[in-house]
Write a protein of this length. Structure first.
Length: 366
């Protein structure tokens, strides 16, 4: 397979409703989408980098620069673009995993389309139903939080991730478990706490959440391990795992009992599959995490979520709950109660539309 053209598009989409995490609030979301063309077909990949360097040092602007200045030129140095080997072309580029993943996912999509098979099958999954979960950001009041979580659960989300931050933690989580005791809740701290806060999470464990996601900073595996030793609630790692090596280290330290696998965070589908396999062999349940993906990224997540050890509900809920338009001709929609399913079509099975605002666009030919 030989790629002949790469196109970059920076696109903006309007959210159904504003979303707030521990850093900021959003009404619109801007992302970079990569298209690769070759052998008469096109593949699509979405960059998960955000507009601001809070979740990660990467942003949509650094992604654009790294793609334009480094990754695309490196792509032209090879005569064959096998998705299982293409990451070796930029292995010496330090970091920028979300940017690398966007290009790698596009190559995988092209590969699957040319092979005439769904992306899920190409990476080791299958066309099957997968359970989905959703996320509720930091809202203004506890009443609003309870209302939002209840509404999301009624829409079929099998588990709800609830964002917390210092000052918005024990009280809202306790209220949720009191008002909605049967709704599975993942308490997501986005690394907002320090080792001195272990006792706080021990108290929250009494409320019975499904998991604590990334309580402490990505470098504090020891704090995660200490918390995991003290509570029965699974600690689920997110930001702490950017590679297979880091996943292995976390498991060896007993720092978690679950793992969020984000395609962008780990540099692409190939590494995500390797982490999935490692966790499967270690008895660690996994699920696919996301960051308010557009249609391309959402369908990519659905494909990854079909792997056999993705046993927790993944972040691939119907797009209608997130964006007014997510930029593709077929949107992710429920195929049954609380489940979605990959399209039984080559690749991710969708095409870009002109429904989103184009912030900028550029094309490169081999």
């Amino acid at each position: 397979m030989r790629i002949e053209r790469v196109s970059l598009r920076m696109l903006k989409a309007r959210l159904v409703e504003p979303f707030s995490n521990r850093w900021e609030s959003f009404r619109d979301w801007t992302k970079v989408v990569v298209q690769v063309d070759g052998d008469g077909a096109s593949g699509l990949g979405e960059c998960t980098a955000m507009q601001t360097p809070y979740y990660s040092y990467e942003t949509i602007d650094t992604a654009w620069h790294i793609l334009e200045r480094y990754l695309v030129p490196l792509l032209w140095t090879a005569d064959d673009h096998d998705p299982r080997a293409v990451t070796g072309l930029w292995a010496h580029v330090n970091g920028h995993e979300e940017t690398k993943a966007a290009l790698e996912c596009a190559v995988w999509d092209l590969h699957a389309r040319l092979a005439g098979e769904p992306l899920c099958s190409a990476i080791g999954g299958s066309v099957r139903d997968v359970a989905y979960g959703g996320s509720v950001g930091i809202v203004g009041t506890i009443d609003a939080l309870v209302e939002s979580v209840a509404a999301m659960h009624e829409r079929g989300n099998a588990r709800i991730r609830v964002k917390i931050r210092p000052g918005w933690d024990l009280e809202p989580v306790t209220a949720l478990r009191t008002e909605l005791p049967d709704v599975p809740i993942v308490v997501d701290a986005n690394a907002a706490y320090t080792a001195s806060d272990v006792d706080l999470f021990v108290k929250m464990a009494d409320t019975g959440p499904m998991a604590f996601e990334q309580p402490f900073s990505r470098d504090h595996l020891a704090a995660n391990a200490e918390l995991q030793r003290r509570v029965d609630v699974p600690v689920c790692l997110d930001e702490s795992v950017r590679s297979l090596a880091e996943a292995r280290q976390a498991i060896e330290l007993s720092a978690c009992r679950a793992m969020n696998v984000k395609v962008g965070r780990v540099g692409g589908l190939a590494e995500a599959v390797r982490i999935h396999d490692l966790c499967r062999d270690a008895g660690i349940p996994t699920f696919v995490g996301a960051k308010y993906d557009f249609g391309v990224g959402r369908w990519t997540n659905v494909a990854l979520a079909t792997l056999p050890n993705m046993t927790w509900p993944s972040d691939c809920a119907p797009a209608s709950g997130y964006y007014l338009d997510d930029g593709v001709d077929v949107r992710v929609a429920a195929t049954g109660a609380g489940v979605v399913r990959p399209l039984d079509a080559p690749g991710v099975g969708v095409r870009l539309t002109d429904g989103l605002e184009t912030v900028r666009e550029v094309r490169f030919d081999a």
